[in-house]
Design a protein around this ligand. Structure first.
Ligand code: NAD
Length: 340
């Protein structure tokens, strides 16, 4: 598209940000990526990549200088295990990143700003059953997100809204519902459920031991959206004139147990699910995509099975390369050796 517009992607070293950079380059934009780290699994396609900590005002001024449009994705975040155990860190870091990136963008005359919020902003009291009613955008209030992560996202949504009202600053706000795909974190504590389950199933397959841990009873429900749909939705929203927050996700709800079974099918193995204690988040969550369809005339179309097949293949490769699994044969040989 336009090679005159210079865009900034913050969080360009992360999962969604690195895919977005590639997509924007294909569309003909000049892209600056900013992050505190380089992408972990591939080199960035950005024209320029700056390693900057966006909690700091001066760095935000540098990042947004000469930029026409900003896709603000930088955040200190992870899956439920991380989010439920780092409230203070998340609230502090992400508030600074969001306040400074937005104000620096306005100061530097940025024309459009897309903020990446989350389904975690929705109130806990609407998500207490597994068979939950899909969440509409207006369900956000009265507010009662479960975690600091959701509260911070909600405040930053409001900040974008007030910048639009008070300064005429063009903001877009997207609420993601569980995005997954290749080149995302798959180990180390920040990984989300689809990646964690792909890793566990791949480890089971490669080791020959078929038991996998599931946090809680596994009946908790979510919807999961493949990365290519997420990127298409982000771009369409940025180009639209819609200023209110909007859901971006799939509206097919599955339980974590079902998700594990689909992945095991893809891997071609039988698994035994061992239910263990662990953070589960809300009991049920699904996206109502009515507004998405109305506003963008579009909705995600990649099926869960298609997306997981691609993701699983990539994660199995990572697990194999990392070599951090022990085959059942090796394990029993090691055990026997210890007995001698
Ligand atoms: P990610 O963790 O892979 O990417 C976030 C990036 O932000 C990371 O590369 C990280 O290094 C960077 N970052 C963190 N602190 C920074 C700082 N101080 N300065 C500069 N960069 C910093 O996460 P993601 O899945 O790509 O998510 C992108 C955005 O979408 C985030 O804002 C996230 O909250 C939001 N989101 C994601 C999901 C999802 O399912 N992946 C769901 C809801 C919302």
């Amino acid at each position: 598209m336009s090679d005159k517009v210079r865009v900034l992607v913050t969080g360009a070293g992360g999962f969604i940000g690195s895919h977005l950079v590639t997509d924007l380059k294909k569309r003909g934009y000049w892209v600056r990526g900013v992050d505190i780290k380089l992408p972990e699994f591939q080199s960035s396609d950005a024209d320029e990549f700056l390693l900057l900590d966006l909690r700091f005002w001066e760095n935000c001024l540098t990042a947004t200088k000469g930029i026409g449009e900003v896709y603000a994705l930088a955040a200190d975040m992870g899956g439920m295990g991380f989010i439920s155990a780092h409230h203070a860190q998340i609230l502090y870091n992400n508030s600074l990143i969001d306040l400074h990136t937005l104000e620096a963008s306005r100061t530097n005359g940025v024309k459009r700003y897309l903020y990446t919020s989350s389904a975690c902003i929705y109130p806990e009291y609407l998500q207490e059953e597994t068979n939950v009613t899909p969440l509409k955008e207006e369900d956000a209030y009265p507010a009662m997100p479960q975690d600091a992560y959701g509260w911070e996202k909600l405040i930053s949504e409001r900040l974008c809204m007030h910048y639009a009202e008070d300064y005429g600053f063009e903001t877009r706000t997207v609420r993601f519902h569980n995005i997954f795909g290749e080149n995302g974190t798959w180990q180390g504590g920040r990984e989300k459920a689809p990646a964690a389950l792909c890793r566990k199933v791949a480890t089971a397959k490669l080791s020959g031991r078929n038991e996998i841990d599931i946090w809680g009873d596994g009946d908790q429900t979510r919807s999961f959206c493949y990365i290519s749909d997420c990127i298409e939705g982000i771009y369409r929203l940025m180009r639209s004139d819609h200023r209110e927050p909007i859901n971006l996700g799939q509206d097919r709800m599955v339980s974590i147990n079902e998700l594990a079974d689909i992945i095991a099918d893809i891997a071609g193995i039988e698994i035994v699910k061992k239910h263990v204690e662990g953070p589960q988040g809300v009991r049920g969550r699904n996206s109502d995509n009515s507004r998405l369809r109305d506003v963008l005339g579009w909705e995600p179309s990649v099926s869960l099975e298609e997306g997981l097949a691609l993701t699983y293949r990539w994660i199995e490769e990572q697990v194999r390369e990392a070599g951090e699994f022990e085959t059942a044969a090796t394990a029993s040989a090691n055990k026997a050796a210890k007995r001698v």
